[in-house]
Design a binder for this molecule. Structure first.
Ligand code: F6P
Length: 363
C-alpha cells in the first residue's frame, strides 16, 4: 500500500485530533501504511522517533480531546534547504510519498513549496549518495492534501475551519459567565477575543451573546467611535439595562489603521461615562478544551476526504485543500485558496477593507 503521513502544524485547534484519526483509519481501511509525524515540520526534519507508523488503536480515545496529540510546532529548520533535504530523506526512508498537512495558510504553503521542490531535493540526495537510484525513481512524486485547522476562520475557500466552532462555544460560555457578574455590579465589560486579522470570532460571538458593541478589523471604526460607543452604552442603560458588553477582536483597528485595544476602550468608557469597567482577555482558553460535535464531524469528514483525494491523485493532479462548502466536503485547488487568503491579508494591509471583504466573500 501507499505510504501516507499526517502532521499538524502552526497553532493547534480543537478538532485536529478528529482529523488525524480519520486520516489514520481511512488510510488503513484503504490498505495504506499510515505514519504520524510528531511536532509538525520539525519532526519531519528530525526524523527518528518523530515519524512512526500508526495503527487503528493508536487513534482510539482522541476524538474528544482538544489540541493535537501528535504535537505542533513552528519550524525554522524547514525554511532552510538543508532542513528540507533532511525531511525528504526521512520520508523516502519510510516510503512516504503522500502527506496530509493540517494547519493554517503558512503551513499549507510550506507543504506546496516542498512538493514543487521534491524532485530536485531527491536529485541532490541521490548526488550525495543518501538515497539510491531505485528510491529516486520509486518515490519521484510527492502528493499533498491540506486541511485547514485554525480557530480564526480566516482561510478563503472553506466556510469553516476546523476549531472555529469550538472556539466560539468557549467564547460564548465566557461571555455568559461574565454577564451574570456584570449584572450584579452594573458593570461594563470589554472582552478581547482572538482571530488575528479576522473578525469572525468577535462578530459571531457578539451577535450570539447580545453584546452592545463589537470592534473587528474588517470594518474599522470611524475616528469618532468613542462618541458613537458612549452614546450606545448610555442608550442601553437608559432603557434599564444593568450592564454592557463590548467585544473587541485582537486585530481591531480604526479607519487610520490604529489598533483599538481593550485598554483604549476602557479609557474612553471610564473617562466619558465613569462606568465601573473591567477587561477580560480570553486568550488561549479559546483554543483549548474539548472540540464541539461540529468540529469532530468536520475533522472526520475532512480527514477522510483528504485520504480519498490522495488515493485518486496521479502525478498530474494539482494539490488540493479539503473545504466545507455548504454541507459538502469538497476539494479545491490548494494554491488558489492560499493566494486568495494572502490577497485578503494584503488588501487589509493596504487599508482597502471593502476589497478584503469582497475577496473573502467570494471564496
Ligand atoms: O491563529 C490562531 C491564533 O490563536 C490567533 O487567533 C492568535 O492571534 C494566535 O494564534 C496566537 O498565537 P500563539 O499561540 O503563538 O500565541
Amino acid at each position: 500500500g501507499k505510504g501516507i503521513a499526517v502532521f499538524t502544524s502552526g497553532g493547534d485547534s480543537q478538532g485536529m485530533n478528529a482529523a488525524v484519526r480519520a486520516v489514520v483509519r481511512m488510510g488503513i481501511y484503504l490498505g495504506c501504511k499510515v505514519f504520524f509525524i510528531r511536532e509538525g515540520y520539525q519532526g519531519m526534519v528530525d526524523g527518528g522517533e518523530n515519524i512512526i507508523e500508526a495503527n487503528w488503536s493508536s487513534v482510539s480515545c482522541i476524538i474528544h480531546k482538544g489540541g493535537t496529540i501528535i504535537g505542533s510546532a513552528r519550524c525554522a529548520d524547514f525554511r532552510e534547504k538543508e532542513g528540507r533535504l533532511k525531511a525528504a530523506k526521512n520520508l523516502v526512508q519510510k516510503g512516504i510519498t503522500n502527506l496530509v498537512v493540517i494547519g493554517g495558510d503558512g503551513s499549507l504553503t510550506g507543504a506546496d513549496l516542498f512538493r514543487q521542490e521534491w524532485g530536485s531535493l531527491l536529485d541532490e540526495l541521490l548526488g550525495r549518495n543518501e538515497i539510491t537510484a531505485e528510491q529516486r525513481e520509486k518515490y519521484k512524486v510527492l502528493q499533498i492534501a491540506g486541511l485547514v485547522g485554525s480557530i480564526d476562520n480566516d482561510f478563503c475557500g472553506t466556510d469553516m475551519t476546523i476549531g472555529t466552532d469550538s472556539a466560539l462555544h468557549r467564547i460564548i460560555e465566557a461571555v455568559d459567565a461574565i454577564v451574570s457578574t456584570a449584572y450584579s455590579h452594573q458593570r461594563t465589560f470589554i472582552m478581547e477575543v482572538m482571530g488575528r486579522h479576522c473578525g469572525y470570532l468577535a462578530l459571531v460571538a457578539a451577535l450570539t451573546s447580545e453584546a452592545d458593541y463589537v470592534f473587528i478589523p474588517e470594518d474599522p471604526a470611524d475616528v469618532n467611535w468613542p462618541e458613537v460607543l458612549c452614546d450606545k452604552l448610555v442608550q442601553e442603560r437608559s432603557v434599564g439595562q444593568r450592564l454592557n458588553i463590548i467585544i473587541v477582536s485582537e486585530g481591531a483597528i480604526d479607519r487610520n489603521g490604529k489598533p483599538i485595544t481593550a485598554e483604549l476602550i476602557k479609557k474612553v468608557v471610564v473617562e466619558n461615562l465613569n462606568q465601573d469597567t473591567r477587561i477580560t482577555v480570553l486568550g488561549h482558553v479559546q483554543r483549548g478544551g474539548n472540540p464541539s460535535a461540529f468540529d469532530r464531524v468536520l475533522g472526520c469528514r475532512m480527514g477522510a476526504e483528504a485520504v480519498m483525494a490522495l488515493m485518486e491523485a496521479n502525478e498530474h493532479t494539482k494539490p488540493c485543500v479539503i473545504s466545507l462548502e455548504g454541507n459538502q466536503a469538497v476539494r479545491l485547488p490548494l494554491m488558489e485558496c492560499v493566494q486568495q487568503t494572502k490577497a485578503v491579508a494584503q488588501a487589509m494591509e493596504d487599508k482597502n477593507w471593502e476589497l478584503a471583504v469582497t475577496l473573502r466573500g467570494k471564496s
